[in-house]
Design a protein around this ligand. Sequence first.
Ligand code: NAD
Ligand code: MG
Length: 365
Amino acid sequence: MPPRTLTVTLPPATANRNYPIHIGRGLFNQTALYRPHLISRQVLIVTNTTVAPLYLDAVRSALTDYQVNSVILPDGEQYKDLATWQQIFDVLLAQRYGRDCTLIALGGGVIGDMTGFAAASYQRGVAFIQVPTTLLAQVDSSVGGKTGINHPAGKNMIGAFHQPAAVIADTDTLMTLPERELSAGFAEVIKYGLIRDLDFFNWLAHHADGLLARDPALLATAIERSCQHKAEIVEADEYESGQRALLNLGHTFGHAIETGTGYGNWLHGEAIAVGMVMAADLSHRLGWLTNEDVDRVRQVLTAFQLPITAPLELTAGQMLDLMAVDKKVLQGKLRLVLLTALGAAQVTSDVPMEQLRMTLASASV
Ligand code: NAD
Ligand code: MG
């Protein structure tokens, strides 16, 4: 099966900011996919202690003509912090990297976000290439240019918009991904179906088993369709002043679950899965979805081994408190992404509190 390439097309015309997303097998060690984007010989690969033993040598061997250094960061969301991020600059400066160097992010969303933000900041901005190795990174975080790190007071609170020069999404790298991480990535894939593509949602439902079995052709199709959606949304609304917010379906609920259950117990995609069920349930209470629609959302998430009920230890009142501090609160109003039909979404800022409470109260049973 030949690799597929999508192009993200971004304004303004003053600089060519378009970039390719390559999707397929056996891509991440192909010199030809890197070469057009490497401006000078200076290349820095940023990865972590889990991914480095699996894939670093293969990337290095594709770049033998270049001056390649690597930084291997500790693995985990808790290291997406200022102190760990600094290590990237320590190497860049020690090796006297210039403004024409290129950074390569080899890993999941944590590495992609940190490397992208380092590229946005080093000497006021250098190029970087995303080589995402988790499903979540391949379908979501590597595309769109949101980069950043966490602050103790909030996730992703320090960062920049900085688009990559290319994305190389190699489905072979997903073969080593733990099952839970794979399922969590599918939550974001299913999200694209729910907010804008009913056919895709149905296709995913039909192929759940094959996708979980990591059939390469099915994976490539799911990733390509997801990246198409992400690219279209980013092209239309790069800085999230409008429709990019629809990508937050399930996220206000989900962030409350992630925070309320304590760091690391729920994966992001797992929390988003429950959040999408809550969004669907609330949409039903507003008369926008049928009961059958909500059941179908539950069934498809379950088919991908994702949770659909809230953690028992979180009460509706606690959830509400946690949701009120979510960054999607604008001028004191709770803004939620809800479904007007399966495959269509809308941002709503006048959510009736009574219905919201009923959704939260019914979610853990
Ligand atoms: P992650 O980067 O922590 O990766 C998950 C785990 O899988 C890690 O332990 C990692 O080392 C391991 N891993 C990665 N690739 C592997 C492979 N091929 N084989 C085996 N193990 C592998 O988590 P993630 O889910 O990829 O990303 C989550 C991060 O992405 C969060 O920090 C989130 O804020 C960010 N994010 C950013 C955006 C964006 O638009 N920038 C969008 C969504 C999420
Ligand atoms: Mg998400």
